[in-house]
Design a protein around this ligand. Structure first.
Ligand SMILES: *Cc1c(COP(=O)(O)O)cnc(C)c1O
Length: 509
């Protein structure tokens, strides 16, 4: 492990907004607030280092490691509180005791993050968040009911609904882009049970949904209104630091498992490839490196919405382009929120300068970073896969190695191969596998049986689930098995301008 440059006392760790770091708050407050009032994201005052020897860490199971890492970032939680949260999160909801298994395929390692309650990687953090949030609320002494407002590009919505459903003292409201998510993703959400759950499609895309939610968070009058009614807003999106920190755990765990299996030696560097949308998952990998994990390169993999690819290569972030709807919908994003946390680091925590960049983005739809900042992201490599390349990657991995992957993971796999071809870098690589192939059966079937594409085309996605299981010989994962028989409970659709009204009606105010 690398030595950290940061030697601040752990107990001094606090959180502040990327856009104004003069105000310091505790981890609990940051989790409860979700997003800062100035529109910025909460960041820790420093990244704590891994201060226990590897041979000690290697003996920990996933939950013990999670308690250790969370304890470093959330110093105002007691060990007992964290253990209670972690035990509730990573239980039999996961179909494997390993929680996030690392699967070797040829010379690559797929970090399967989709073994939780909804078959997508969002479960890794969202299984934990409700417990962190309710514990955090107690600490802050606020006696309100939490209202989770969430915009989703498909997977967060269901994972958040599932994890908050039935949690006392919380309500959850999810907005998703109408026609912007897959049929299965939509069906998973609109069949959600639980009297504290609310789901609404909006007439717009994911960025509209995310901007709408951010606007509600920052609307003082509206916040005052719900405060009087006994509520407080929080977020289950990866803008909430309570979502991000649990994601750091699985990268460190992956490294330890590689070490344990003798695939690498202590201190050996690895590369990490992450199919990226909102930049949360890859940022967690970056935080893991800052904790001391030996990571050489982060391969940031985009689909045809390749705004991050352009940014990494040119230093110009330009969202002024058409959002494309792809077969990896959870990455159909033009405003990658968590990039803000990386940029904050790159401009040496100069929140004034950072706020300037985001002002530019708001006013002109673009910003550019200085050469000096750009130099600091040389450990990021940006790549992207077209729709055709995504299908090819699925077909190739299945044909050659019998490994079945979903469309998002395929983007990461394609970009890794592209990187390996274009560089001489043969560093061992971990690829984040972010969803079960059964979440996107149409595209996966099309990739692995192109000759029957015509025949399967007329099947609805639910029937394709069964077909994919027949063709691959792999069982449909439990969370998706009985989806066709579930009753549709939520049938709401609203315009972008009506999101507040939906919130009001959900809360009866
Ligand atoms: C959310 C999601 C992503 C993108 O992750 P970010 O943290 O938003 O970059 C990739 N793949 C799947 C399946 C997802 O659900």
């Amino acid at each position: 492990m690398q030595k950290q440059e940061n030697h601040l006392n752990l107990h001094n760790l606090y959180y502040s907004s990327t856009r104004n770091n003069s105000e310091k708050i505790t981890a609990s407050q940051a989790i409860v607030n979700g997003i800062a009032g100035d529109g910025g994201l909460y960041v820790p005052s420093f990244i704590p280092e891994l201060d226990r020897p590897l041979d000690e860490l290697i003996r920990m199971d996933y939950r013990q490691l999670a308690c250790y890492i969370l304890g470093k970032f959330l110093p105002d939680f007691t060990g007992q509180e964290l253990k209670s949260c972690v035990d509730k999160a990573y239980d039999e909801k996961f179909d494997t005791a390993e929680v996030a298994p690392l699967v070797k395929v040829e010379n690559l390692y797929f970090l399967e993050l989709y073994h939780g309650a909804t078959a997508a990687f969002k479960d890794m953090a969202l299984s934990l968040l409700p417990h962190l949030l309710t514990a955090a609320l107690k600490k802050t002494g606020i006696e309100k009911e939490i209202v989770i407002l969430t915009a989703t590009s498909g997977d967060t919505g269901k994972a958040a609904l599932e994890s908050f459903s039935g949690v006392a003292g919380t309500k959850i409201i999810v907005f998703y882009p109408n026609k912007g998510v897959s049929l299965i993703q939509e069906r998973q959400m609109v069949t959600q049970e639980g009297s504290n759950t609310y789901v609404c499609a909006i007439e717009g895309n994911f960025d509209d949904a995310q901007t709408g939610v951010k606007n509600i968070f920052c609307d003082r009058d509206f916040n005052a209104l719900i405060d009087r009614a006994g509520y407080i807003f929080s977020s289950a999106n990866s803008i909430n630091i309570g979502r991000l920190i649990p994601q750091v755990v699985y990268y460190i765990n992956a490294y330890l498992r590689l070490l344990e299996r003798g695939e690498i030696s202590e201190g050996q560097y690895i590369n990490i490839a992450v199919p990226t949308g909102n930049f949360g998952n890859i940022l967690a990998a970056y935080y893991a490196k800052k904790m001391g994990l030996a990571v050489q390169r982060f391969l940031c993999a985009s689909n045809e919405n390749n705004v991050l690819y352009d940014f990494i290569n040119t230093g110009v972030y330009d969202k002024k382009r058409e959002l494309k709807l792809t077969m990896s919908p959870s990455m159909d994003i033009l405003i990658s929120s968590n990039l803000e946390r990386l940029l904050y680091d790159l401009c040496n925590k100069d929140s004034y300068r950072l706020a300037g960049l985001y002002n530019d983005l708001k006013k002109t739809g673009r910003f550019s970073i200085s050469d000096e900042m750009k130099e600091q992201i040389s450990d990021f490599w940006g790549g992207f896969a077209t729709e055709g390349q995504t299908l090819e990657a699925i077909a190739q991995a299945y044909g050659k190695y019998g490994y079945l992957m979903d469309t998002h993971t395929a983007v990461g796999y394609y970009v890794y191969n592209d990187y390996a071809e274009n560089t001489s870098d043969r560093t061992k690589a971990v690829i984040a596998a972010t969803a079960s192939p059964f979440k996107f059966p149409g595209a996966v079937l099309k990739a692995i049986c192109p000759e029957s594409a015509q025949q399967y085309k007329n099947l609805d996605e639910i029937s394709m689930l069964k077909k994919l299981s027949e063709v691959s010989g792999i069982e449909v994962p439990k969370p998706l098995k009985d989806i066709a028989d579930k009753k549709i409970i939520h049938k709401n659709l609203c315009g972008i301008g009506q999101m507040k009204d939906f919130v009001k009606s959900a809360l009866n105010i």
